[in-house]
Ligand binder design. Structure first.
Ligand SMILES: [Zn+2]
Length: 184
């Protein structure tokens, strides 16, 4: 049985702005990393105290796991990630900054972005929770390049499952997270 992978425990209690009207202090960002899912989006609900995940949408397709040699470790090794404010050039307020930020997001230093505006989307993503509220974009993850040293993995592996980015949207009232992906 293939289980989803915890990518990041995001300490949203320390972010400069509240996340989606929620009192949640830590947000588990989870996705199927090593398997193609049966839906374009994934969705789960989590329990704040226990972090128990209830998977709702986007199961691992039968027989669609990545080949063994391409799979990332599951679970991922625990690594502390320090967040810092974005630099002015990382905020996509001009076309030049937008493309520079995309380059950083896809194979550069800035593969993890929290809040701000999501990058590299061909169409804007808007999701509504089953409760009717708009889900708020919280974070996104790009990828490391295969020929660069990883900041997250050891043994020559990098955080790369294809030229793909993951986008996380939250309904803070229901603690439901929707995961959208985009690939080249
Ligand atoms: Zn909701």
């Amino acid at each position: 049985m293939v289980l989803p992978t915890l990518l990041l425990s995001l300490d949203v209690g320390r972010l400069p702005e509240p996340v989606s009207g929620s009192s949640v202090t830590c947000l588990p960002l989870v996705t199927y990393l090593n398997c193609e899912t049966d839906s374009e989006v994934q969705e789960y609900r989590f329990e704040e105290r226990t972090w128990r995940i209830h998977w709702l949408v986007g199961q691992c397709k039968e027989g669609r796991q990545l080949p063994q040699e391409l799979r990332l470790p599951a679970p991922l090794p625990e690594v502390r990630v320090d967040l810092r404010p974005m630099q002015p050039q990382e905020i996509p307020d001009t076309e030049a900054n937008y493309w520079a930020a995309c380059d950083s997001f896809l194979g550069g230093e800035g593969i993890l972005r929290v809040l701000g505006a999501p990058l590299w989307l061909t169409v804007p993503l808007e999701f509504h929770c089953s409760c009717g509220r708009a889900m708020k974009y919280v974070a996104s993850l790009g990828y490391e390049l295969p020929d660069t040293p990883s900041r997250f993995l050891k043994g020559g592996q990098v955080l790369f499952v294809g030229e793909m980015a993951f986008y996380f949207f939250l309904c803070g009232a229901c603690l439901r997270v929707r995961v959208a992906t985009q690939s080249t």
